[in-house]
Ligand binder design. Sequence first.
Ligand code: UDP
Ligand code: MG
Length: 342
Amino acid sequence: MDKQRDITAVTFSFVVPVYNEAESLPAFYSKLRAEADKLGQPYEIIFIDDGSTDESPEIIRSLHEDDDRVRCVSFSRNFGPQEAITAGYDYAAGSAVISLDADGQHPPEVIAELVAKWRQGYEVVCTVKAHTKDVSLPRRLAVKCVYRLIRLLTGMDIADQADFRLLDRKAVEAVRQVRERSRFLRGLVRWVGFRQAEVQYEVADRLGGTPAYTLGKLARMGSAGLFNFSVMPLRLIGLAGGTMTATAIVYAVAALILWPFVGGSLIANLVMLAVGLTGLQLAAIGVCGEYVGRIYDEAKGRPIYVVREAVGFEPAEEETQTQPQPARSDTPTEPSRIRLFT
Ligand code: UDP
Ligand code: MG
C-alpha cells in the first residue's frame, strides 16, 4: 500500500479555504507549518482565496514568496467553502490531501492523528467535533435537527463532522469525479466509500476575525445534504398526498351521509379541509422545486468555480499562464468553459 502512495511531487497537500482571514492567516500558517514539518515528508499548502475582500490575498502571496511550498488558487468571486475545497482537491498533487479551515478552529495538532490513521491503511479519515462550544443554542438546535433529518432520510450519520479531513489520493480522485454544482462534501465523502475512520477533536478558538458562515449558508448546506442524497422527501409527499386524498374521499362520503343532520357546520369543515390540502400542495411544490432547481443547476452545466489566478503551480502549457489550470491534467473542469466566464 505504501508503495502505491509513493509519488514524486509531494506526499501531503493541505487544502485551506480562505475568505477574509487576514487576521488569522499568519498565525495559522506558522502552526500548520510546524505540524507539517513534523511529518517529515514533502508537502504543499494550497490556499484557496474565495474572493476575499481584505488583505488575505496579499498575505498569501507574501507567504508564497517566502516559502515555495505555499500555493494559491484565487477565485474570481466568492463561491463558498465547499467550492473552495473542491478546487483544492482539483489542484492538490499529494498522496494524501488534508483540508482544514484557515481560522485555526481545526487545530493543526490533530493532523498527526489523521496521518497516523492513513498510515494504518484508512483512505478517508474524517473528524468529529468533540463538543460544539461557542455555538448559540438556536444554531446548535438547528444544526442538530438538520443532521437528524439527513440521517433519517438518507441513512448517513454525519453529525458534528467538519470539513477537516484526510483523503487518500484514491478517495480524492473519486470525489473529483462527482461534479455536482450543489456541493456537500461531507455527504460525498461518505458516498465514495473506501476504508473510513473518524478522529475526535476539540474545536479551537478562532485565531481572529468572525465566522463567515451565516445561518442562510448553513441552511443551504443542510438542504444540499438532504436533497442531494435522498429522494425520500418526494416519496413522503406522494405518501402524504395519497393519505390526504383517501381521507378526503372518506370525509366526502361521510359528509354526504351526515348532511341532513349537521348541515351548515359541514361547510366550515370543508373550508378547513380545502385549506389543509392547499397547504399540502404548496409544500409539495416546494419540495419538488428543490429537486427541479437542482436539475436546472446541473443542466446549465456551469463550472463549480472560476479561477482568476493560480500561483505556485507548474503551468501545464504556455497558454495556461494567463488562464492557469488545475495541476492535474485529467480534471473534469473544462478549461474552455472557465475561459468563457473570465
Ligand atoms: N470560507 C470560505 N468561503 C466562504 C466562507 C468561509 O472559503 O464563503 C472559509 C473560511 O475562511 C474558513 C472556512 O471556510 O477557512 C470555514 O468558515 P467559517 O470559519 O466562517 O465557518 P465555521 O467555522 O463557522 O464553520
Ligand atoms: Mg471557523
